[in-house]
Design a protein around this ligand. Sequence first.
Ligand SMILES: NC(=O)c1ccc[n+]([C@@H]2O[C@H](COP(=O)([O-])OP(=O)(O)OC[C@H]3O[C@@H](n4cnc5c(N)ncnc54)[C@H](O)[C@@H]3O)[C@@H](O)[C@H]2O)c1
Length: 253
Amino acid sequence: MELDGKVVVVTGSGHGIGAAFARRFTSEGAKVVVTDQDATAVTAVAAEIGSVGLACDITVEENVHNVAELARSTYGEIDVWYSNAGFSGPRQPGELSDNGLWDLGWNLHVMSHVYAAREVLPSMLERGDGYLLQTSSVTAVTTQIEKASYTVTKAAALSLAEWLAVNYRPKGIKVSCFCPGPMLTQMLLSNNFPEGHPVLSMALRPEEVAELVLRGIGAERFLIVDSDSALGALRAKADDYDAWVDATAHPSL
Ligand SMILES: NC(=O)c1ccc[n+]([C@@H]2O[C@H](COP(=O)([O-])OP(=O)(O)OC[C@H]3O[C@@H](n4cnc5c(N)ncnc54)[C@H](O)[C@@H]3O)[C@@H](O)[C@H]2O)c1
């Protein structure tokens, strides 16, 4: 899909890759509605791109509706809804305790995407056109040893995207799931990796990520990745699941 003239909502667009998408999509001619739980950031990004925004917690269905209504009343029907907001929490190898992140992960990485689909699909189906985009993570297919609830809920996000694609692609709705590796945003930096840690040098900058996702949208590809890690893990699992588990197991556990 070409984004020129399209009405696009990007959740989690106050910071990180969401803000980079808002800027990049705007430069393609899209009318981007900003939304994030950080009110100051929403005001700043919306002003920067010359658009509107709504600060809210996107895990609340009524808030999803309010964001959609703002987009409709400002620009008209929504062409693209990008569910990108996420939260990964602290690194806790081997930790399965209920630290509040299970519910948050489920509500943020799955239910907010469900609410968005419920909100925009009726009008998209009527028009036989529309785009549901979601940011999951490479962890959805490779696992992240230090973050159980994040890994599991991101895998659920990928599974939801698959379900949406299988159900609605035949009806003209495009669905893509972005499964990135490390990216240089506050989410990654909050892990306090020591200077020189390899993850910092392999992480992509938000502007690079926005460019890559834009190409993925242009090609309307279901799975958008930024490296071979996700595809490598999928292939390895299909080849020999046990060998994949053994090779992935953390030596310190
Ligand atoms: N940074 C990485 O290394 C990395 C890797 C893989 C996937 N991701 C995913 O990329 C997406 C974007 O993350 P980022 O790296 O730009 O991080 P980020 O922390 O810079 O941005 C995430 C944004 O989501 C917002 N947000 C979080 N919870 C929210 C809620 N309940 N309601 C509304 N807004 C909320 C935050 O305020 C923040 O602005 C996330 O889904 C994340 O899981 C990030």
